[in-house]
Write a protein that binds this ligand. Structure first.
Ligand code: NDP
Length: 279
């Protein structure tokens, strides 16, 4: 089984590093979050992904506070809610998140959605630049941004996001965005890396899993890993939490990588389209 020390880290454009495997917390009920995140920390995860919209930052903070793992060995990400765009609101929203988390800094702060219909993501980004400068966020990034949104941030502020967290899994492989990220030194972080569990019955993945004596979820996560994506699988099930981080000690062949590449689909989204959310 993998341990925390086996999980490699990828460099960010700030000079810091992000563990390539983290733990997602979307849809974990607030009252269960401390216990589930504690289980994840015991299973070796050192990176935890939450958001103000998940309503469970307090539980994440409780697990961090109760853990023996020193704060400097943890990587905590949270995200700015959709109601908090705007230069002043964004700074206050980060303060409120830090308060709920019981932390004085986060390792990564993300704008959760660009909301192009409001057109405030550039001034919101300026508030994140301030938070990076004063140390409340060790790194800053975005989520669900498309190349045109990323271009505007770089052109109007000069600061390139460290990370873009996007929906990405074998059915939505995001070739264009991944290429853009590599060209600009942006780390690709995959949300719903397991397509919310929808792909575990896929026969192509099932066949590879059987050949390697692994689970389809491990095969999917290993595929991401070999592509250089950061993954943040979520589970409330102890054996899945353990299995999902145990992907370092085996490899997919080129042929198996190609077979999974063939699962890409034009309508593979499980979540909302970034241009139209929240409307
Ligand atoms: P995932 O792709 O991580 O899938 C989670 C689902 O898969 C759950 O139903 C879980 O069930 C199931 N599952 C987990 N492991 C296994 C396994 N080994 N075998 C079979 N089923 C499994 O989806 P998420 O949407 O949760 O995405 C991951 C994280 O990404 C989120 O938790 C959140 O942190 C982030 N995210 C970010 C978004 C953004 O806009 N930035 C949007 C959505 C997610 P169970 O829990 O019952 O075990």
């Amino acid at each position: 089984m993998s341990s925390a020390t086996d999980v490699p880290a990828l460099p960010l454009n700030t000079g810091a590093e992000i563990p390539q495997i983290g733990f997602g917390t979307f849809q974990i009920p607030p009252e269960d979050t401390a216990e589930v995140v504690t289980q994840a920390l015991r299973s070796g995860y050192r990176s935890i992904d939450t958001a103000s919209m998940y309503d469970n930052e307090e539980g994440v903070g409780e697990a961090v506070a109760q853990s023996d793992v020193p704060r400097e060995e943890l990587f905590v990400t949270t995200k700015l809610g959709n109601h908090d765009h705007g230069r002043d609101s964004a700074g206050a929203a980060l303060d409120a998140s830090l308060e709920r988390l019981g932390l004085d800094y986060v390792d990564l702060y993300l704008i959760h959605w660009p909301i192009p219909s409001q057109d405030r993501y550039v001034e919101t980004w300026e508030a994140l630049e301030d938070a990076h400068a004063d140390g409340r966020a060790r790194a800053i990034g975005v989520s669900n941004f498309h190349p045109e949104h990323l271009e505007r941030l770089a052109a109007e502020t000069g600061t390139v996001p460290a990370v873009n967290q996007i929906e990405l899994h074998p059915r939505l492989q995001q070739a264009e965005l991944r290429a853009y990220h590599s060209e600009h030194g942006i780390v690709t972080e995959a949300w719903s890396p397991l397509a919310q569990g929808d792909l575990v019955e896929d026969p192509v993945l099932g066949e590879i899993a059987e050949a390697l004596d692994r689970t389809p979820a491990q095969v999917m996560l290993r595929w991401h890993f070999q592509l250089g994506n950061v993954v943040i699988p979520k589970s409330v099930t102890p054996e899945r939490i353990e299995g999902n981080i145990d992907i370092v000690g085996f490899e997919l062949s080129e042929e198996q990588m190609q077979a999974i590449a063939g699962l890409d689909s034009d309508d593979g989204r499980t979540g909302p389209h970034p241009d139209r959310f929240p409307g």
